[in-house]
Design a protein around this ligand. Structure first.
Ligand code: PMP
Length: 499
């Protein structure tokens, strides 16, 4: 990229269209529009910018006013970016069932996330957003009805498609529908300017709300009156909430849809993985689901057809969902075999080199370091002392555990800049080695007594002995003494000791 942008928001849109090399059936050209190239990784970055700038233009959104929206995640993440850049506080309402990565991303971007019970479904989220907006005077972006949602797709996404496919356009355009903004916004432009392009909308096969023809009932403000009778839970996060949004209904009512294509959940998950493995395209569940619909279309399409399908977001948002369920964390048998095919760095096999710790003699240390350690471990004001490294995972585990247990402690961070400046940190390590016989960090002392490292501390607690020891040193934990200390260990270590 040679341009310099003055705002991250200027990088939204103009996403690439990539031809599938290996998943295109013989004689058919499949093209993926990769919305993960938007700065916050999804198609909803476009909507976020569109609805905020429309509201700024017509004065409905005042400078500094709080913005609120109900979302399954991607809209919230996009809005969090736009609101961060433009300086609006943001509150997101989201059902607890959507992946936790999404909540954390929004909070990372500075938004507040209010969860709603999964049992209240999408309509519950929307009701809560409406109630909060009305009560607090916040600006509700109303993505399911807001024309600015469809407009931004007509102005940007549709134009990008026309430019890429030239005079004839793609033979088929395949998309799913969450709000229906992508569908309505792109389909109306294609219909008007490339009337030969067939518009295909995919929906979960167990939730045939669109295929049924059963109309959604709305309140006077355009929000759904109740759940659609055919809604069922499905894995295509971001598609088919438990109602047909007004934007989707508009697309149907104005005759923009040629084919409604049902797709299965397992097939969608499988094809998202195939896109990754066969094409190097990393996407979320709805990307696989849209490909599933495109492949169905391909079965009856004429030879030479060009089928464009939307890939709405990135797969990184789905690590905790069924998409990654079969992806192992530990080495499988084949990987272990590779590891064992050469001698170095294997698990469960004693190393051929002498252990470093055993080979190194205890080194002398200057008196200043001895005095420091002596004073620190005998300090009556701070009976719990940890000699630590600032960012070591074990030190972090011990600190988090002690904090949750409600125990005040002193952490002497031996690698902090001041400790390194005069070599004191390194000298203290030598003293600790000579006093404890141990070279590992952290080393923890309670009431002057050495209790060992992080694992020793945690095990002491899980054996029920730590609270007594603390009591003898005059320390009473202010937190919950029933916490399981081992759970504070780094996850990779916990996993290894379990096998
Ligand atoms: N896929 C994902 C992952 C989404 O988050 C969304 C938006 N909710 C969509 C598809 C559908 O986009 P639209 O709202 O424009 O219909």
């Amino acid at each position: 990229m040679s341009d310099i942008y003055t705002s991250i928001l200027d990088t939204i849109g103009n996403t690439p269209i990539v031809r599938l090399a290996r998943l295109s059936p013989a004689g058919i050209e499949l093209y993926a529009k990769l919305e993960a190239f938007n700065p916050l990784g999804s198609v909803k970055d476009r909507l976020a910018l569109g609805v905020i700038e429309a509201a700024e233009r017509d004065g409905r959104l005042k400078p500094g006013q709080t913005v609120i929206e109900a979302t399954s995640g991607n809209t919230g993440i996009g809005l969090a970016m736009v609101c961060a850049r433009k300086g609006y506080p943001l509150v997101i309402v989201m059902a607890e069932s959507f992946s936790v990565e999404r909540r954390k991303l929004m909070r990372f971007l500075g938004a507040q996330v209010v969860l709603t019970p999964a049992s209240e479904k999408g309509t519950g989220m929307v009701e809560k957003a409406r109630e909060l907006a009305a009560t607090h005077g916040w600006f509700w972006t109303r993505q399911f009805e807001n024309e600015a949602n469809a407009d931004i797709h007509s102005r940007t996404t549709a134009r990008e498609i026309l430019k890429a496919f030239g005079e004839t356009g793609p033979d088929y355009f395949v998309t799913g529908a969450g709000t229906g903004g992508t569908l309505k916004g792109i389909a109306r432009v294609l219909r008007a300017e490339r009337p030969a392009t067939q518009i295909v909308v995919a929906e979960p096969e167990n939730t045939p709300m669109l295929a049924s023809g059963i109309r959604q009932q709305y309140k006077s403000d355009g929000t759904p009156a109740e759940s659609h009778p055919l809604f069922r839970p499905h894995p295509m996060m971001g598609w088919a909430p438990d109602f047909i949004p007004q934007l989707t209904a508009d697309a149907i009512d104005t005759g923009l849809i040629d084919v409604i294509q049902p797709v299965g959940g397992s097939e969608s998950l499988r094809l998202a993985r195939e896109l990754a493995r066969q094409e190097g395209i990393f996407c979320g569940i709805t990307g696989g689901a849209t490909l599933a619909a495109a492949l169905e279309v391909a079965k009856t399409a004429q030879q030479g057809s060009r089928i464009l399908f939307m890939v709405p977001d990135t797969g990184e948002r789905y690590l905790s969902t069924p998409l990654f369920e079969s992806i192992e964390q530990e080495m499988n048998a084949a990987e272990k075999e590779i590891s064992n095919s050469t001698p170095l760095c294997r698990f469960g096999v004693p190393t051929s080199q002498p252990a470093v710790a055993a080979a190194v003699a205890i080194e002398p240390a200057p008196d200043s370091a001895r005095d420091f350690v002596e004073q620190a471990i005998k300090d009556p004001e701070q009976p719990v002392v940890m000699f630590a490294l600032e960012w070591c995972e074990f030190c972090w585990a011990a600190r988090r555990f002690l904090r949750d247990l409600g125990v005040a402690f002193r952490s002497v961070d031996l690698d902090s800049v001041p400790m390194q400046a005069n070599g004191l940190g390194g000298d203290i390590r030598k003293v600790l080695h000579s006093v404890t016989g141990q070279r590992t960090i952290p080393q923890i002392f309670i009431g002057g007594a050495h209790i060992g490292g992080a694992v020793d501390l945690l095990d002491l607690h899980d054996r029920g002995e730590l609270v007594t020891l603390l009591g003898k040193a005059g320390v009473a934990p202010a937190g919950d003494p029933t916490i399981t200390a081992r759970s504070y260990l780094p996850k990779w270590l916990a996993a290894r000791s379990a096998t």
